[in-house]
Design a protein around this ligand. Structure first.
Ligand code: ADP
Ligand code: MG
Length: 619
């Protein structure tokens, strides 16, 4: 008998909230509480295994590192016992009375944002220990810390608002959780049901799991096994259990090497990009092991940041077991692992792109944005990453993609540069004036749809010794051709006079006026004479730093000497100079609109009304 009376505690407010949702939600997959408790038991055993390396005094030393589950149908109870590190009194209060771990915190946050999809959300997060209250009348947690000097205790709660903690003598090391099941959920006290659940969720747990004395999990660290011994389902099952995933993996890399480093890695690319779904920035979920002993579930520096979507396991026998979280990132060995694994993963992507292009495109649509991030932030992998980029282009069908290598292979002999255009959609690029000259000459132009794409292109600069150039640049030299069905152009010196006049009339807003062969259907276009500050770059910079003084765009106006409007303008100059000036300004503003750099449309609109008034008066 314990000497002290049970001590009553209130749950922290957030725990109450969580419990309320867990207990009352209509969530059907209640059996996952078994997985949660078993993985807590496994965590506790893992921690003990670590302690055994550094501590020589461990309470109840002779207990096996195992998990024992007993079912009692008559009493309607389920008991899960481990001989792990256990919890002392204050740890019971802290760990089971407050929300300490990030999974539950994230869950609550998503709940606040998620509205009435709550019941689905539970399925996407492990709510941990508290999930037991989905099925329990009450839960008793008996525990004794690995430290012999601490007392054993029992923590009891029915999940409503409070719990008690009381001394309990005669405890083994570790934790024993006794769940009294509600009548509706008494099936969890039948042996067959529990065995089925353990097999489904917990087959890869590193420690023996016995149900009523019978060992039921296989203790295989699948990543250490030979590929030929592993079935497809084993991989998927591992992914779901060990990586706590809820989807099917999109890609898998099982990699074993002995030299220069001993590495056994099993890496999964998930099917979904959770960041794109609005969740906060993800943290890498590739756990680091040394000979099956977990070193860190979320090691920093094991992969570059832009591979943070990966899940899985890396095991290296070369790692010292006692490496600490703090020194992890600086460890030369971890950096070496990082470099080897990153290269290997990129190789897998390159192979996939070659052998199963459709699969790769699926990957690209989901995770391409991370590779772009890599191009701009990771100099060491830039070249391999560049080869993996995909874009639509003027020669692809809508929605179909091409690589830079394929682009280069289609280049004409005399083409020296790789061209791209940025725009919000395929339609807007195809209907803009910049593509005309390239289309007329059958030169391919890559289409970029995101502002970051142009940033990426600026980082790459050149590919296979060809410069990457925005097709709205001023200084692009294109082969001289006369478009078919094009009318007669203005006489050369008429055209020159017109362009001098245009420069004077439009004034400082334009840097230069050129007679252009880059236009086919449009009367005019503006181009950028600043190589690196393209229109979309400027927009991006202004968004990032709205208070900075406005940057003057350097604009060159190109006019199409074959276009009716330009030809008429040349004669209107003499017959009606005022109207000609208005039209000249209007043409220029129109090209700025197309280029996306017109700052203030008021003047343009006023002028349009004026022109319309004149036109209306004529008839
Ligand atoms: P998580 O496992 O994600 O940390 P849980 O809600 O499952 O969250 O558990 C909360 C905490 O309670 C754990 O972090 C751990 O400190 C403690 N705990 C739970 N079960 C056990 C156990 N069987 N042995 C020792 N500590 C445990
Ligand atoms: Mg847990």
């Amino acid at each position: 008998m314990s000497e002290t009376a049970p001590e009553k505690h209130e749950f922290q407010a957030e725990v109450k909230q969580l419990l309320d949702i867990v207990i009352h939600s209509l969530y059907t997959n209640k059996e996952i509480f078994v997985r949660e408790l078993v993985s807590n038991a496994s965590d506790a055993l893992e921690k003990l295994r670590h302690l055994q390396i550094t501590e020589d005094k461990i309470f109840d030393e002779e207990q096996e590192l195992e998990i024992n589950i007993t079912t009692d149908e008559e009493a309607q109870t389920l008991t899960i016992q481990d001989f792990g590190i256990g919890m002392a009194r204050d740890e019971l209060v802290k760990n089971l009375g407050t929300i300490a771990h990030s999974g539950s915190k994230q869950f609550l946050k998503a709940l606040k944002e998620g509205g009435d999809q709550n019941s689905n959300l539970i399925g996407q997060f492990g709510v941990g220990f508290y999930s037991a209250f989905m099925v329990a009348k009450d839960v008793k947690v008996y525990s004794h810390s690995w430290e012999a000097s601490k007392e054993g205790h029992v923590w009891t709660s029915d999940g409503s608002g409070a719990y008690t903690v009381e001394e309990a003598e005669g405890q083994n090391r570790g934790t024993k959780i006794v769940i009294s099941l509600e009548d509706d959920h008494k099936s969890f006290s039948t042996e067959d049901e529990i065995k089925r659940i353990i097999k489904e969720y917990s087959s890869f747990v590193q420690f023996p799991i016995n149900v009523n004395g019978e060992r039921i999990n296989t203790q295989d660290a699948i990543w250490l096994k030979n590929k030929s011994e592993i079935k497809e389902e084993d991989y998927t099952e591992f992914y779901k259990f060990a990586c706590k995933a809820f989807d099917e993996p999109m890609l898998r890399l099982h990699f074993n090497a002995d030299a220069p480093l001993a590495i056994n890695a099993l890496l999964f690319t998930p099917a979904t990009n959770v960041e794109a779904m609005g969740f906060s920035r993800s943290e890498s979920e590739v756990a680091l092991y040394c000979r099956k002993v977990l070193i860190d579930a979320e090691p920093k520096g094991l992969f570059p940041d832009w591979l943070r979507f990966l899940k899985g396991v890396v095991d290296s026998a070369d790692l010292p077991l006692n490496i600490s979280r703090e020194t992890m990132q600086d460890s030369a060995l971890v950096q070496k692992l990082n470099s080897v694994l990153t290269k290997r993963y990129l190789k897998v992507l390159a192979e996939e792109a070659k052998k199963r292009p459709e699969n790769y495109e699926k990957f690209w649509q989901t995770f391409g944005i991370y590779l772009k991030e890599g191009v701009t932030s990771d100099f060491t992998q830039k070249d391999s990453l560049t080869k993996l980029l995909r874009f639509e282009s003027s020669l692809t069908e809508k929605g179909k993609l091409t690589s830079l290598s394929d682009y280069v292979s289609r280049m004409k002999e005399d083409q020296k540069e790789i061209y791209y255009l940025q725009g919000s959609s395929r339609e807007s690029i195809e209907n803009g004036p910049y593509l005309e000259a390239f289309k007329a000459r059958n030169i391919e132009v890559l289409f970029l749809f995101l502002p970051i794409d142009e940033f990426v292109m600026n980082h790459i600069r050149e590919f296979e010794e060809k410069n990457l150039v925005s097709a709205d640049q001023d200084e692009i030299e294109l082969e001289n051709i006369t478009p078919e069905d094009a009318g007669e152009p203005l006489e050369k010196d008429e055209a020159e006079k017109l362009s001098t006049w245009l420069k004077e009339t439009i004034g400082e807003r334009v840097e230069e006026v050129k007679i252009s062969d880059r236009l086919v259907d449009s009367p005019a276009m503006s181009s950028n004479s600043d190589k690196f500050m393209t229109a979309s770059m400027r927009r991006m910079m202004q968004q990032m730093n709205p208070d900075a003084p406005e940057m003057e765009a350097k604009v060159v106006l190109h006019i199409n000497p074959r276009h009716g409007l330009i030809k008429n303008l040349a004669s209107l100059r003499d017959s009606d100079p005022d109207l000609a000036k208005n039209i000249a300004d209007q043409i220029f503003d129109n090209t700025l609109v197309e280029a996306g750099i017109l700052e203030d449309p008021k003047k343009l609109l006023g002028r349009v009304y004026e022109l319309m008034e004149k036109l209306a008066g004529k008839s």
